[in-house]
Ligand binder design. Structure first.
Ligand SMILES: Nc1ncnc2c1ncn2[C@@H]1O[C@H](COP(=O)(O)OP(=O)(O)OP(=O)(O)O)[C@@H](O)[C@H]1O
Length: 231
């Protein structure tokens, strides 16, 4: 469970995040939407303690993310390519992460198996450095890496961006499968209203750092979002 209280992030006089209270229950697929600059990435970065809030706090399963490290064992995330070791090939990167999570080579291969189609033949088994992959293929590596080590909570920032249409559908199926397995919580930010509303049972709409809507009923979700975005 994620508990956010009195969370504020300010750059000089600009308040970019202002969330008095937000609780995200376990086993939820939580979608985060909002226009450019609404504060989606800032919220994710704050939850992951990559930036410190000006005030307020984030608890993951009761642990204050800014004070302890234990939450990192059950959280996986992919926000952007800065999270990757781009001087490695994808195979090397998965192997390094596997070691970090105490996985054997066989465990790593077992983890990668369901992603075989998603990680197309330009990624696995090629001696290409991560930094030389296309944007979409880098994203695929980041997403598959975020799911390593059997995390309970997974944060994905714009997972569908830069993916070709069939990979988007494939990813949606993969995430859906993890959600159906019943023990994972996903936080997904996206500009793709169709994908995010298909997947998520709760969607929060941010505007200028504030929660404008908190949609928790599937029925009407799409219409409310379309009305807001004028789509
Ligand atoms: N280091 C920083 N210094 C000053 N302002 C910042 C900094 N980082 C983020 N911001 C500002 O915070 C606001 C929220 O940015 P954020 O990246 O969280 O938005 P977003 O909803 O993820 O946008 P997008 O959909 O474009 O990715 C923006 O106005 C941005 O310019």
């Amino acid at each position: 469970m994620i508990e956010i209280s009195s969370l504020k992030k300010q750059y000089k006089e600009q308040v970019v995040l202002d969330i008095p209270e937000l609780v995200i229950q376990r086993k939820t697929c939580f979608g985060l939407v909002g226009n450019n600059g609404a504060g989606k990435t800032t919220l994710f970065r704050t939850i992951l303690d990559l930036i410190r809030p000006t005030s307020g706090k984030v608890l993951i399963n009761g642990v204050d993310v800014a004070r302890e490290e234990s939450w990192k064992r059950f959280v996986g995330a992919y926000l952007d390519e800065h999270m990757l070791l781009t001087y490695l090939t994808p195979d090397e990167y998965f192997r390094v992460l596997g070691r970090l999570y105490g996985m054997s080579e066989a465990d790593v291969l077992e983890h990668l198996a369901p992603f075989e189609t998603f990680l197309n033949d330009e990624i696995i088994g090629k001696k290409k450095y991560l930094r030389d992959l296309s944007k979409g293929n880098i994203k695929k590596v980041g997403i598959v890496a975020a799911l390593m080590g059997n995390p309970e909570l997974i944060l994905l920032d714009e997972p569908f961006e830069n993916l070709d249409p069939s990979s988007q559908v494939h990813l949606k199926r993969l995430i859906g499968h993890f959600i159906d397995s019943g023990n994972k919580t996903f936080l997904i930010s996206s500009h793709d209203l169709a994908h995010v509303t298909d997947l998520c049972d709760r969607i929060v709409l941010l505007e200028k750092g504030r929660i404008l809507k908190d949609l928790q009923e599937k029925a009407g979700m799409v219409d409310e979002l379309n009305a807001y975005f004028g789509t």
